[in-house]
Design a protein around this ligand. Sequence first.
Ligand code: NAP
Length: 248
Amino acid sequence: MFSLDGKVALVTGGSRGIGRAICVALAKAGAKVVINYAGNEAAAAETLDLVRQAGSDGEIARFDVADADAVDQAIQDIAKRNEGLHILVNNAGISLDQLLIRIKPEELERTMAVNVGGALWCSKAAIRLMMRKRYGRVINLSSVVGEGGNKGQAVYAASKAGIIGLTKTLAKEYASRGVTVNCVTPGFIETDMTTALPESVKEQAIAETPLGRMGAPEDVAAAVLFLASDEAGFITGHTLRVNGGMLI
Ligand code: NAP
């Protein structure tokens, strides 16, 4: 439907879950996909196979998105090797869920460093390159809980609300340079992040979702593909909900 022929895309946390589905969707549309991951090399290699099966080419790049220097070096190398970087999907994320009264300082620091810091450092390195070419698409993964909150997820929700503020700010800063910045807020999606949850929590989440099911990673990937396309060129600073009606 959308063509990304000739485009190079970097997907952080592309080894598993939603990130993997995004890699495949972008590859099916013709983009060359760089799959970032933190530690799970086998999963990243599996995603690369899927990207190739989808008819495109790709490569794997291991770095911690929370490490500003490593991010800067990796993104410069990626752009040099591939003669550019057109699309950045800030998908890597973690959730260390606790009730407020049990949260430890290191849980706050690591969640913010990965979820907010990761998107910020990757955007900084990528947008610096994109603005020179006067073209870029940045898509950030926020969450329904960043908009609506959720018991037991104070730190995660704060980090995902932060992503919405970051998105709107970067959209304003770089619109004049041809770079659009949008975010997607998924609802309850079936991945490693959610399979670990107790059955009762999943049942409750489905009960709160008018469309009556958990989302698939592909549901989110379709929205990201649209925002990455040329057709979405007049959309920036937007928050696109992919939540089955959980929050309207
Ligand atoms: P997931 O299955 O837990 O996968 C997380 C991915 O992020 C993995 O590829 C992991 O790499 C990577 N990652 C984690 N820390 C990293 C770091 N420091 N540097 C680089 N990569 C890192 O997560 P998911 O459910 O697909 O979620 C993807 C995104 O969507 C996250 O931002 C999440 O907050 C958001 N989201 C998810 C849901 C949901 O219901 N699942 C709902 C709303 C929003 P390794 O494989 O190497 O560990």
